[in-house]
Design a protein around this ligand. Structure first.
Ligand code: NDP
Length: 300
């Protein structure tokens, strides 16, 4: 029977949310007119983005953050979008700004320029070049990117010692693979980063005591790729046809879960693994930003 313990992202995320709600209640008791504010900018109306935005707004509202979904039409220009970001940067009631990616736009918009238009102090996604640069050099005092940070928290919950461990990350994207490999490095793991040009991918994966997978290919990593006893973190969110479900589909990760759980010591499920942790870390960044702003109000 399957040996691995599941690391429930849903459970850990709930614990984090309880603690964040307490922090917000405390600050509201001290400053009754203060409310943490989050704004999510969306260009166009991709259905997958709508789902993610709804989850973020719900999580924020539940803990006492005022979260607003700002929808811009597909016809919006880069200049108009940048103006909107500037307005939010200047708004003292806003402590966190997210621009939901990918942009669903009819005009040409440079998404990198957009991410870098958000004030780094309100960049609760941790995707501004300044915050990325901090992570790159091991300064972990900026806003950490949410999915990678969530992965690290889940690995810590497994109880495995990251320091000195051999870690393999599959994927090198801006939002997951690259920052998670950097965070593991600063947690003192010895990290190998794999990607689509990697040779002997399976063999390298088999050397990992900690294996983090962020590829975007459904169930690509098989049980035979996993070192017995490894900790496996699966970032993938893929939709797979499933005729046994009423919806006709189900979510699967980038790891073949039923095989992985036979080999690994700990494995994160999909759904209910990294996904809810991403939202929880976003809330953590937003609350931190709001508390920093609130402290300034208390002092003046
Ligand atoms: P990207 O498509 O941006 O990056 C995928 C990475 O995997 C690339 O570095 C690519 O290599 C590598 N790769 C692709 N195919 C292979 C292959 N056959 N062998 C080895 N490496 C390969 O994806 P993301 O990083 O944005 O997302 C990865 C997964 O995580 C997706 O399933 C996504 O849905 C999910 N995700 C989940 C989040 C969450 O909240 N839980 C948040 C963000 C993403 P190369 O660089 O050479 O192209």
């Amino acid at each position: 029977s399957g040996g691995a313990k599941l690391i429930s992202g849903t459970e850990v995320a709930n614990e984090i949310r309880v603690s964040l709600k307490q922090q917000i209640d405390d600050i509201k008791a001290k400053l009754p007119n203060f409310t943490p504010g989050l704004r999510i900018l969306q260009v166009g109306g991709r259905e997958d983005s709508n789902v993610y935005i709804r989850m973020k707004i719900k999580a924020a509202t539940e803990i006492g953050i005022t979260a607003e979904h700002i929808k811009l039409p597909r016809t919006v220009t880069e200049i108009e979008l940048l103006e909107k970001i500037t307005e939010l940067n200047l708004d003292p009631n806003v402590h966190g700004i997210i621009v939901q990616m990918p942009l669903d736009s009819e005009t040409t918009i440079d998404s990198h320029k957009v991410t870098d238009a958000v004030c780094p102090d309100k960049d609760v996604d941790g995707l501004h070049t300044v915050n990325e640069g901090r992570v790159a050099i091991g300064d972990l005092n900026g806003f950490l990117p949410c999915t990678p940070w969530g992965c690290i928290e889940l690995i810590k919950r497994s109880g495995v010692q990251i320091s000195g461990a051999k870690a393999v990350v599959v994927g090198r994207s801006k939002i997951v693979g690259t920052p998670v490999s950097q965070l593991l490095k600063w947690e003192n793991a010895t990290v190998t980063v794999c990607h689509s040009k990697t040779k002997n991918l399976e063999e390298i994966c088999r050397t990992a005591e900690i294996l983090v997978v962020a590829i975007g290919v459904p169930e690509m990593v098989k049980g035979s790729w996993i070192k017995p006893g490894a900790v496996v973190v699966d970032c993938g969110i893929n939709i797979k046809p499933d005729s046994t479900r009423q919806s006709g589909t189900r979510l699967v990760g980038d790891v073949l879960f039923d095989e992985a759980k036979q080999v690994a010591s700990f494995v994160t499920p999909v759904p209910c693994g990294v996904g809810p942790m991403t939202v929880a870390m976003l809330m953590k960044n937003t609350v931190r930003s709001a508390l920093t702003a609130a402290e300034k109000l208390v002092q003046t």
